[in-house]
Design a protein around this ligand. Structure first.
Ligand SMILES: Nc1nc2c(ncn2[C@@H]2O[C@H](COP(=O)(O)OP(=O)(O)OP(=O)(O)O)[C@@H](O)[C@H]2O)c(=O)[nH]1
Ligand SMILES: [Mg+2]
Length: 1027
């Protein structure tokens, strides 16, 4: 075993939008090279990789699974992945383990949202993509396009996909340039610029052989190479020349037998590009011939003869034109050959791939501080080198990555080991109660050799080898009980597996929840976490129908949580078991799994729990005015602690939406920076992530994002006024140097500013200053300006009252955190708000003796608690006073509908409060593509209703898009004359949408709801007056 063997491995995945034919394509590859697990006759019909019942029933793939294939002398591990949005996390797990990706696009439907998503995923994971244009037959039979029209359509799709890739490339290009400009010297040297790869070249080029044209249903396909070989002798040209000529505006001049451009043809010629003339037209002839009753036999025979195909006469005699066609085409242009030769040629082997994927897999870390154990560091670097080289020698450190755990019924495990010995699978590590299901790890080995019975360290993503003892909880030791090669559902036991292979591992069930790094040494960096496209958002509460089954349910939930990489199981603050899934289809499968496999009890499932947020009205169109509003001290809410010693004034303002967005999206980075994982200075250990393309430190990245957001917002109102812009920016930056905390949970999209301490009070009370911790961490305030505060305080610090004020700072922060976690409307988190809290304490009136400072405490509880509650109440009251608004989550929705069903489709959209963004006729097809925003709260059953009303003709995909405030005032009561005229005096106004949503959340949470029991209160009012 050596490098030569590893060079013969390809790890690839199939990626595409839902229903573009991934599993059908996989079927053909398996039938041809899977060692007989699938009969060629069943290829395309069986959908071998969709082995779960639910997958077959719904005809969509729900999980990614791998199969080992042998093509020529190559070993190919093929991973089929789902295209449905609900299962997009499985695309991440597939991409992480693969070096190459076949990106399928349906030639009729073209590029869709998930096509974008999978291209992005492959780009992030540094997977080398090849393009497969599938369902070419539909262009012929369904759309009845001419070869020329079909060519234009294919050209457009290739162009579009290249366009998407080039935006990813330019994103990287720009961030590379930025990081060089922002580099230590700020100088741009030629060296620097050369290191940036700026390839303008298209990613996908049929001439290069990385685009295949296939029809997975009929089992044929080709790349341009096949046809170039075919015609080389006929046209008397070299294969290489033909490869270049078979795409783009290249024409064949029959007189001169030359390949020419359009000009070389002379005017008036009706010549077609060579791709049309030599590639598409013959295909069209075959399809037309096969569809003609008997008339086309001659043509087919010609094809059979000229390509020397051996088609059994029985198939040739078949009356069914479809079978005839498949028989001829699949022999003429066998699908598996076309696709797999492209895979072998254009996709890297593990050695080549790991050398450039390493920067994504284990980002380089620059250790700034020398105080670390150099032995550990040296070994960790060695391990990284070994991964980079894909060293498969037995001496190499053994490193693997588990991208997900999956459950297999224990009875499905092979009963015999690699040497035919009988295994006892039932002494599983899970103990007797969980032995019905066995958990396997879906893993790839990146270095060394993994052997049966070996003990390995299981490292979580947070592990840091340099921190030694403190990292104990992030590392465990486990024994590998079985290793399997995966054949879809089938498992083939092996004794060892070496670098570059994909395997299933038994024995890690107790150690890994979702993903982990495996290593033979503790001194190894964990792999970077995978990027997921969406977060699980659809939540329901679950309880057993019979309360006695609670134990079974809890066990079931625990198993489900482990078996599904994407589900989230939590217990809400009110003790409900909450299950979060990616969407309706995913949720339904989870519930089914729970009922039938994991818990095996009957369940009650609540209606979906939709999350909302709370904010205040305001569109912030004038940056300067908005600031003034905040500094105008009149507009505040005042609360006093029960003991009367602390007066709290809270002001609230809406943050610019750009800033809210940045805070929302950067939660992970923020928690790293604020949580102190990435230090500014003075830390004993400092690590800068140096992953390629993100050469800047997280702090830089964050500060830049925040400043960019701010500039975007300010320039909106001041496009032309340079001075105004600068002035405004200066003021905002000043404000941003006062960030005391973010909330809720320290990283949310709400800001607490420190009070303007210069505004001194004249009485004896002392202001709780706070400290701009977050600004300092983010580098928005330097320590010197923060030092100002320290200077002010240092002179006063001696007095006990000041010490007390300082001690109360954390109570103010806690109060702010509590308020932002639960707003006044319906206890949902606040969103995009900024608070300034001026809390001042006055000396205690009761003289506390020195020895017993808490003596005066307290009929109202501890003072810290009082301050916290008062701050919380003040914040909530401030929001109520400033026109509170409910914010709801919105889906972006892409619908495809035939023209005749546009009416019913719009009716469904209207019923669901959807906002249509655009509608577009798809060129050359009878489909309309409609984009719309649909509120999450209205999305349940949306797909079903749509299907019902359009007889299944229109389909919709939903992606979580953004948060949006409802414009309506939930407490609307007609006041002005016009309003009263329109709505009456208010007694008969029905609650608006916003109010209805709020009430339903309040009811669910058991909060008081103001019900309008009395509809016409006029009479009572008259009565009351008389009394
Ligand atoms: N006309 C035509 N239909 C095809 C072709 N390839 C696949 N199909 C059909 O497209 C449908 C979807 O095929 P699948 O292979 O299940 O698609 P998929 O991409 O695996 O779908 P998901 O895994 O759910 O994302 C099936 O009805 C196939 O028969 C083709 O080349 N031509
Ligand atoms: Mg599929």
């Amino acid at each position: 075993m050596g490098d030569l063997d590893t060079r013969k491995i390809r790890n690839i995945c199939v990626l595409a939008h839902v229903d573009h034919g991934k599993t059908t394509l996989a079927d053909h590859l398996i039938a041809a090279t899977g060692g007989g697990v699938l009969h060629p006759k069943l290829a395309g019909k069986l959908r071998f990789m969709d082995y779960l019942d639910e997958e077959q029933r719904r005809a969509i793939t729900m999980k990614s699974s791998s199969i080992a294939l042998h093509y020529k002398d190559y070993e190919i591990n093929l991973i089929d992945s789902p295209g449905h949005m609900d299962f997009c996390s499985e695309v991440s797990t597939a991409a992480r383990l693969s070096d190459g990706g076949l990106v399928l696009v349906d030639a009729v439907e073209g590029v869709h949202i998930q096509t974008h998503a999978v291209l992005r995923q492959s780009w992030i994971e540094k997977v080398t993509p090849c393009l497969v244009l599938n369902k070419i037959d539909r262009l012929i039979c369904e759309l009845k396009l001419s070869p020329m029209e079909a060519y234009n359509r294919l050209l457009r799709i290739v162009h579009e996909v290249n366009g998407i890739m080039s935006t990813y490339k330019s994103e990287k290009y720009l961030s590379d340039v930025d990081s060089i400009l922002a580099g230590p010297s700020g100088e741009v040297s030629d060296d620097n610029l050369e290191s940036i790869e700026d390839d303008e070249e298209d990613t996908f080029q049929p001439q290069k052989g990385n685009v295949a044209f296939v029809c997975a249903l009929d089992g044929w396909g080709f790349t341009i190479n096949e046809f170039a070989d075919l015609y080389a002798s006929k046209l008397g040209a070299s294969t290489a020349a033909l490869q270049k000529a078979f795409w783009g505006p290249r024409y064949f001049n029959p007189k001169t037998k030359m390949i020419v451009g359009k000009k070389g043809l002379g005017g008036g010629s009706k010549a077609r590009p060579m791709f049309v003339q030599f590639v598409l037209e013959p295909l069209w002839h075959v399809y037309q011939a096969a569809s003609e009753p008997d008339g086309g036999k001659g043509m087919l025979e010609k094809v059979i003869k000229s390509f020397n195909l051996s088609v059994p006469p029985r198939e040739l005699q078949n009356k069914d034109s479809k079978i005839l066609l498949q028989a001829v085409m699949s022999r003429w242009l066998p699908l598996s050959d076309a696709v797999l030769s492209m895979v072998v040629k254009c996709m890297p082997d593990p050695i080549a791939a790991q050398s450039f994927r390493i920067s994504r897999l284990i980002p380089n870390r620059e250790i700034l501080n020398k105080g670390v154990d150099s032995n550990v560091l040296a070994e960790a670097n060695l391990v990284r080198k070994s991964v980079e080289a894909c060293d498969s020698s037995p001496e190499a450190p053994c490193v693997g990555f588990v991208s997900k755990m999956f459950a297999v019924p224990t009875k499905m495990l092979p009963q015999r080991g690699p040497h035919g010995e009988i295994l006892n699978n039932f002494t599983d590590e899970g103990g007797t109660s969980e032995s019905d299901e066995c958990f396997l790890a879906f893993a790839r080995i990146f270095s060394g050799v993994l052997t049966l019975g070996q003990r390995v360290f299981v490292l979580s993503a947070l592990y840091d080898p340099l921190r030694g003892q403190s990292m104990q909880k992030h590392v465990q030791e486990a024994e590998l009980q079985s290793l399997y090669l995966m054949m879809g559902q089938g498992l083939k036991p092996v004794t060892c597996a070496r670098a570059g292979n994909i395997v299933a591992i038994r024995g890690l069930g107790q150690h890994i929840l979702k993903s982990a790094t495996l290593s033979s040494t503790r001194n190894c960096w964990p792999f970077s976490s995978m990027a997921f496209q969406v977060a699980p958002t659809l939540k329901v509460a679950i309880e057993p129908s019979d309360p006695a089954d609670m134990g079974a349910l809890m066990k079931g939930l625990r198993l489900l949580n482990r078996a599904d990489p994407f589900v989230e199981v939590t217990v809400s603050s009110r003790g409900e078991h909450v299950l979060a899934a990616a969407g309706e289809v995913h949720l339904e499968r989870c519930i089914k799994d729970l009922k039938e496999r994991f818990a095996k009890v009957s369940l009650e499932v609540s209606p979906p729990l939709v999350s909302y947020k709370e904010t205040i009205e305001g569109d912030l169109s004038n940056p300067l005015e908005d600031l003034k509003l905040l500094s105008a001290s009149s507009d505040y809410v005042e609360k006093i602690t029960p003991n009367g010693r602390c007066v709290i004034r809270a002001q609230v303002m809406k943050l610019p939406s750009t800033l809210t967005k940045v805070l929302d999206e950067s939660a992970d980075l923020l928690s790293d920076v604020i949580g102190g994982k990435v230090g500014q200075s003075g830390k004993s250990l400092e690590i800068h992530r140096l992953s390629v393309g993100e050469d800047e430190s997280p702090i830089e990245v964050l500060r830049k994002r925040i400043v960019d957001a701010l500039e975007g917002y300010i320039s909106y109102g001041n496009e032309n006024d340079e001075d105004q812009f600068e002035k405004c920016k200066g003021k905002w930056l000043k404000l941003l140097s006062r960030i005391w905390a973010l909330g809720p949970r320290q990283v949310g999209p709400n800001i607490l500013f420190t009070p303007d301490y210069k505004r001194e009070n004249n009485d004896s009370s002392v202001l709780i200053h706070g400290f701009p911790h977050v600004s300092v961490r983010l580098g928005l305030a330097d320590n010197s300006s923060a030092g100002d505060i320290a200077a002010v305080t240092s002179s006063e610090v001696i007095q006990p009252l000041y010490i007390e004020a300082e001690n109360l700072e954390s109570s103010v922060i806690s109060g702010f955190q509590m308020a932002t976690a639960a707003g006044p409307l319906c206890d949902e988190p606040m969103w995009g708000l900024a608070f300034i809290i001026e809390a001042s304490i006055s000396p205690s009136t009761v003289q506390a003796s020195e020895s017993e400072p808490n003596q005066q405490s307290e009929q109202y509880g501890p003072f810290t608690g009082q301050v916290m509650t008062a701050v919380k109440d003040a914040c909530r009251a401030a929001v109520l006073q400033r026109k509170p608004r409910l914010v709801e989550a919105m889906y972006f929705c892409e619908l495809n509908t035939p023209t005749e069903y546009l009416g019913p489709m719009y009716a469904v959209l209207a019923r669901r409060r959807a906002r249509v963004l655009k509608e577009e006729m798809q060129e050359g097809s009878p489909l309309f593509t409609v984009h719309a925003y649909v509120p999450v709260s209205e999305s349940f059953g949306f797909a079903d209703e749509l299907r019902r009303w359009t007889s299944g003709a229109s389909s919709a995909l939903l992606v979580l898009s953004h948060w949006e405030a409802l414009p309506e005032d939930p407490f609307f009561v007609p006041k002005t004359e016009e309003e009263i005229e329109e709505f009456g005096d208010g007694s008969s106004v029905l609650p608006n949408t916003s109010r209805k949503l709020i009430d339903s959340v309040r009811r669910r949470k058991g909060l008081p709801v103001e019900e309008k029991v009395v509809q016409h209160a006029t009479k009572q009012r008259t009565l009351a007056r008389k009394v």
